[in-house]
Design a protein. Sequence first.
Length: 408
Amino acid sequence: MIMSSRRHFLTAAIAAPAVLRGASTRSWVEVEKILSSSNVKGRLAKDEVPTPALMLDLDLFEANVKRMVTHARENNRALRPHGKTHKCPEIAKYIIKQGAVGACGAKLSEAEVFAAHGVRGLLVTTAVLGKHKIERAVRLASTAPDTIFCVDNAQNAQDLNDAAASAKRKLWVAIDLCVSGRTGIMPGAAAVALGEQIANLPNLQFKGIQAYAGGASHTKGWENRQKASLAAMTPAIETRAELNKRGINTAWLSGGSTGTYNIDSNIDGITELQPGSFMFMDTDYNVIGGKGTGDHYGDFGNALTILATVVSRPTDAHVIIDSGYKAMATDRSFAPVPKEPGIKFGFNGDEHGKITSTAGALKLQTGDRIEIIAPHCDPTVNLYDRIYCTRGQQVEAVWSIAARGMSQ
Ligand SMILES: Cc1ncc(COP(=O)(O)O)c(C=O)c1O
């Protein structure tokens, strides 16, 4: 009985060549050796990457970066892309090499990782509060003195100043302005008073204003988005003008996002753009509508995918892949979209996803691999330790997502 089921299993395996589709001729030990070396270029195929895996299409990524860098340059704005999207020092350094002035870090710990890997021109976009974090901010500034910290209240400004004074340092500080219902001090008189206070504190150097209008970034329809961004950013421009009028040099105003980059670059007074998602471009952004392109927003290509393997074919109508809730962000109401046409994805638990056909018979067999476009790039990236950078069917580099989990 045991023999016969074993014979049945072997026959089935031999009779199912699809299982072998894409199989490597290298042993796993050889693959592991290549992965642990710093140079994978020309030595590793996409087929050999263990799944689920986070993949970056370098041709699309580089084109996305080029488009944003060129746009910023042609519109005379500085570009400081947000590192919360990639959490990867190699990516931050690549974009700086292409023309960005630095990188944002959402939190202090993210910025610490970037600084430790040699990234400069850091902007920590969330305020740093509490004794220990302020001590760390001062230490970060000793490694990367041009780091800018955001502040939205008088006590925090004073605390940063005092810690900097104890360490005999000066810290660059910007006002975090509340322009769309998240953090920050309200525009107008309150923000002007905070700016005056910062400018008068001896161990702080006043940089200017950060005004991130998150609410505008995903507003559907380009014209609606333009209105939303203008409404959010106008109080920031006015606050900046008021500070300048009082002799407080507020030359710098950073804001903008992937959704509003070509809106904010036309608003006088915004001097710097800090978009993030553009480099990867997720399906969440695809549906907000573009300038003159209707409902689809396609200024940037979908460079970030999850590579998955078909692990089961319970029926002819569906297959199960090895990628579920733990493989991609789950915060959006729409289903993640496979890159391959004619199939549909649905979550099927922590480790699994269900694929069905949208056109004709389902051809996928166990062992086949498919790619799912990242539904929301930032939280998807935060699920992985490494990102496989591909050109065609070859893996060109494997980059560490060194700031993964750095949300402190
Ligand atoms: C402060 C700040 N700036 C910039 C961005 C980048 O936005 P996007 O990824 O939409 O381009 C974010 C994203 O959440 C953010 O929180």
